[in-house]
Design a protein around this ligand. Structure first.
Ligand code: FES
Length: 138
């Protein structure tokens, strides 16, 4: 069985050939999702791009899937943990996934702030419209 080494976490795990790196990470208790992506991910369908990792050597994992080519283009070293299937001993670096998780955390803060501002603005507009038609709310 191939051995997967998670470089940053310094954890090794043996998994059957053909298993995805996402499954290997689950078995090792390593997260391939950073920040809010731990909850906000596509559960391994290759759609969200939140489990970005780098793998060495790239000859010991399957060829990039359609979704990986779509997200990263041809010839990239970045892989999706849920799409890359193990064919030999590999070393995995999860730094990209963690960085992406931090970006998502910042984006969610901005979206929450924009949402609050939008609701307050809408309330003010509704209040002013009722004032203008002569039927004050308060
Ligand atoms: S879990 Fe969404 S792309 Fe891998």
């Amino acid at each position: 069985m191939p051995t997967v080494t998670f470089q940053n976490e310094n954890i090794k795990v043996e998994v059957p050939e053909g298993a995805t790196l996402r499954k290997a990470a689950n078995k090792a208790g390593v997260s391939v999702y950073g920040g809010p992506n731990k909850l906000l991910n596509c559960r391994g369908f290759g759609l969200c791009g939140s489990d970005k990792i780098t793998v060495t050597p790239d000859t010991c994992v399957s060829k990039p899937s359609f979704f990986e080519k779509l997200q990263f283009g041809e010839g990239t070293k970045t892989r999706l943990a849920c799409q890359a299937k193990i064919t030999g001993d590999v070393i995995v670096n999860t730094a990209l996934a963690m960085e992406y998780g931090e970006e998502m955390r910042e984006n969610l803060k901005f979206v929450a702030l924009a949402g609050v501002f939008g609701i307050l603005t809408l309330g003010a507009v509704v209040f002013m419209v009722f004032e203008m038609v002569g039927k004050p709310l308060f």
